[in-house]
Design a protein around this ligand. Structure first.
Ligand code: ADP
Ligand code: MG
Length: 239
């Protein structure tokens, strides 16, 4: 099933010397169950592209469809509903709410959706458990390690069961061992919970956990190919 369709995305930013085109026509599609690693040199527009796909920035030209819906044609209200219910976001610096507990942070999408904390708690706890961080449920972010914070952020991203999850350098602020744990959990979320994941990273090792690799270069999609044996997977004949 087609979850994401990106067509001819262009993005220019005004500069003193005139407009600079950062994205020069990017097109690709993503299906259910794919874990796409997007790589490219620093400044190649990876974060800009992810923000356009996530409805957080607007393209100069082109279209993005999430589950067949063209996001640029949605009203502000419909776009914020789509962002909350159909997309999950994972960031390099976790972006947890410092005054809320891990449990409340995980439940945040439901709270923003008008649900009570009492009704959201069981699912938040189930997700924290699934991610191995339920022992931290009642701690605030400042009391957690980086890896624990990112696991809480993953719980938040998964809470409303969005088809598409966008992650921008999710291991960029973690040591390599903690990063590996987070990558295994993201892989598990795709495999066991049926999400589609688009992950930006500049780290080739992190990228190797995906099922497909897309490279951006000079504002264009430089290459797009399947990863035959994602890291953390046994070769087919040994499974
Ligand atoms: N809001 C903005 N205004 C002007 N230039 C921007 C803006 N956002 C990003 N850029 C520029 O676009 C380029 C790509 O940025 P970014 O998408 O963050 O790259 P990457 O994530 O691949 O490192 C950079 O040169 C950056 O300075
Ligand atoms: Mg970036």
């Amino acid at each position: 099933m087609n979850i994401l369709k990106v067509q001819d995305i262009r993005r220019s930013f005004p500069q003193p010397s005139g407009a600079v085109e950062i994205l020069k026509g990017i097109s690709f599609e993503a299906s259910k169950g794919e874990f796409i690693s997007m790589m490219g040199p620093s400044g190649s527009g990876k974060s800009t592209l992810l923000q356009i796909i996530g409805g957080l920035d607007q393209a100069t030209k082109g279209s993005v469809q999430v589950e067949g819906q063209a996001i640029q044609s949605l009203s502000d209200q419909a776009l914020s509903l789509l962002r909350r219910r159909r997309l999950g976001y994972i960031f390099q610096f976790f972006n947890l709410v410092p005054t809320l507990s891990a449990l409340e942070n995980a439940a945040l999408p439901a709270l923003l959706d008008g649900k009570s904390l009492a009704s959201a708690k069981p699912r938040a706890m189930e997700l924290l458990q699934w991610l191995g961080v339920d022992h931290r449920a009642h701690n605030r972010p400042a009391q957690l390690s980086g890896g624990e914070m990112q696991r809480v952020a993953i719980a938040r991203a998964l809470f409303l069961d969005p088809p598409l999850i966008l992650a921008d350098e999710p291991t960029g602020n973690l040591d390599s061992k903690t990063g590996e744990t987070v990558l295994m959990l993201l892989q598990k979320a795709v495999r066991e919970r049926g999400h589609t994941l688009l992950m930006v990273t500049h780290d080739a090792k992190a990228a190797s956990y995906g099922t497909r690799m897309i490279r951006l270069e000079d504002g264009l999609l430089h290459s797009d190919f399947p990863i035959s044996t994602p890291h953390g997977t046994l070769p087919g004949n040994l499974q």
